[in-house]
Design a protein around this ligand. Structure first.
Ligand SMILES: Cc1cc2nc3c(=O)[nH]c(=O)nc-3n(C[C@H](O)[C@H](O)[C@H](O)COP(=O)(O)OP(=O)(O)OC[C@H]3O[C@@H](n4cnc5c(N)ncnc54)[C@H](O)[C@@H]3O)c2cc1C
Length: 400
């Protein structure tokens, strides 16, 4: 699959190309090589350099311009699969831990963003409304289950939902844990800190082959024939990683997003919380620092980029209508629309594991929580490289 996105992704337009990075033009060796410079590669590299590890990052295109630039970047602890369903699929312990790790990742990402300097993220509460009245009883079970493990969630009934948020729905789960981020600016800001701390970041440098030598070192070859030797190899190669994996684990969908014109603060919904729903696929909404509304959703299984892109004009109209139906009082004119391909897994959880064949690490955040999972993955990889024991090491294995 060549192109992960099309159209005019708002965050790419907003930031342009804020920094330039060199291309690798010689052989090099390093303690850790990270392949892929989207938000995942940035988080992994940043966690490692902060721990004093020598890191090189290589990216075949421009930094952050694949899925990361298309992301609508709602940061939520809520995994695409409700806790009650996830418990049935993967067991109570893994399900509960996954939810709790995502909640911690949201807090950690906000703290990280604050430490970077430029404003790249804002804390936001998260509201999931009942798409149909019959969803309410399952949501209330979900509420009690989440509250029992300490997640900050409460119930909002239909009349409060109408008065406080202007939403005419039967009820909603309201979580005081979430954030919205500018994923592209955040990625560049992380890489600037990686470089300032001594890490090296190269773009236009494609890895073609890798193998592990007898002494345990990884020998990597770029498409221009340069060699990179590394003590550890981390693939943060996103949704195009399927061919590198020990087994097929990624299902691809196409998703669509629209950003509106700028609005006045009083025109937006209360608290500008993140909004999503119980339907599957679901609509998702957020605001931007310059007070636009972004609405996304209407996912379909990915066939090829041409078919995905052909649907964009229709999806823009449908998302605009969906917003107008949800919030008839808020004016919405579509200004930027785009689409992207994203990977899902059967249980909504990521793959963060070593390839059993040669020990290469993969950090593959999946589904609606791709970014929070990347943060979880960065901590797992950092602990492994530092030789620290980690109770979460086996949670997201390929052989689960
Ligand atoms: C429209 C849309 C909306 C989304 N909304 C959300 C959301 O609200 N919340 C959320 O958490 N997640 C969301 N996601 C998912 C999230 O965007 C992804 O999980 C995240 O961007 C993945 O980042 P990444 O760095 O792993 O992948 P990418 O950004 O795709 O980066 C991988 C990089 O690896 C490089 N690469 C691959 N192979 C090689 C090679 N051989 N050599 C060198 N470089 C290589 C690629 O060029 C690419 O730049 C959304 C995704 C889309 C498309």
């Amino acid at each position: 699959m060549s192109k992960l996105r099309s159209g005019l992704p708002y965050f790419l337009i907003r930031n342009g190309l804020p920094y330039t990075y060199p291309k690798l033009q010689q052989d090099i060796s390093t303690e850790v090589l990270v392949v892929g410079a989207g938000i995942t590669g940035a988080l992994v590299a940043h966690a490692l350099v902060q721990a004093g590890v020598d890191v090189v990052v290589v990216e075949r295109h421009s930094i952050g311009t694949a899925s990361t630039s298309a992301s609508t970047a709602l940061l939520q602890y809520e995994i695409d699969m409700p806790l009650r369903t996830l418990r049935e699929q993967v067991g109570v312990q893994v399900a509960d831990r996954s939810y709790l790790l995502c909640a911690r990742a949201v807090t950690d990402l906000l703290a990280l963003s604050r430490s970077l300097g430029p404003h790249t993220a804002s804390a936001r509460n998260s509201l999931q409304y009942a798409s149909r009245p019959r969803d309410v009883s399952g949501m209330q079970q979900e509420l009690h289950m989440r509250q029992a493990i300490g997640l900050p969630v409460e119930w909002i009934d239909a009349s409060t939902l109408r008065e406080r948020f202007g939403l005419r729905k039967s009820g909603a789960l309201f979580s005081r844990c979430g954030a919205e981020i500018d994923p592209y600016a955040f990625t560049h800001a992380l890489f600037q800190q990686v470089i300032a701390a001594g890490g090296k970041v190269f773009d236009r440098t494609q890895v073609d082959r890798h193998a592990r030598a007898r002494n345990g070192t990884y020998e990597v070859r770029t498409s221009e024939g340069h060699r990179i030797s590394a003590g550890h190899l981390v693939m943060a190669t996103g949704y195009t990683s399927q061919d590198l994996l020990p087994k097929p684990v990624i299902d691809l969908d196409s998703t669509y997003a629209v950003a509106s014109q700028r609005l006045d603060r009083e025109e937006l919904w209360s608290e500008e919380c993140l909004i999503w729903e119980t339907a599957n696929p679901y609509l998702y909404l957020r605001t931007t620092p310059d007070r636009r509304v972004i609405i996304g959703g209407l996912d379909v299984p990915f066939k090829n980029a041409k078919r995905r892109d052909a649907l964009m004009p229709r999806r823009t109209r449908q998302l605009t209508k969906a917003f107008q139906k949800l919030f008839p009082e808020i004016p919405f004119e579509p200004e930027y629309s785009w689409c992207g391909t994203f990977g899902k897994t059967k249980d909504g959880l990521p793959y963060i594991d070593q390839d059993p064949r040669d020990g290469t690490w993969f950090v593959l955040g999946m589904g609606g929580n791709g970014i929070t999972f990347s943060q979880v993955g960065a901590a797992i990889v950092r602990n492994a490289v530092l030789g620290r024991s980690d109770p979460d090491r086996d949670l997201f294995r390929f052989d689960r």
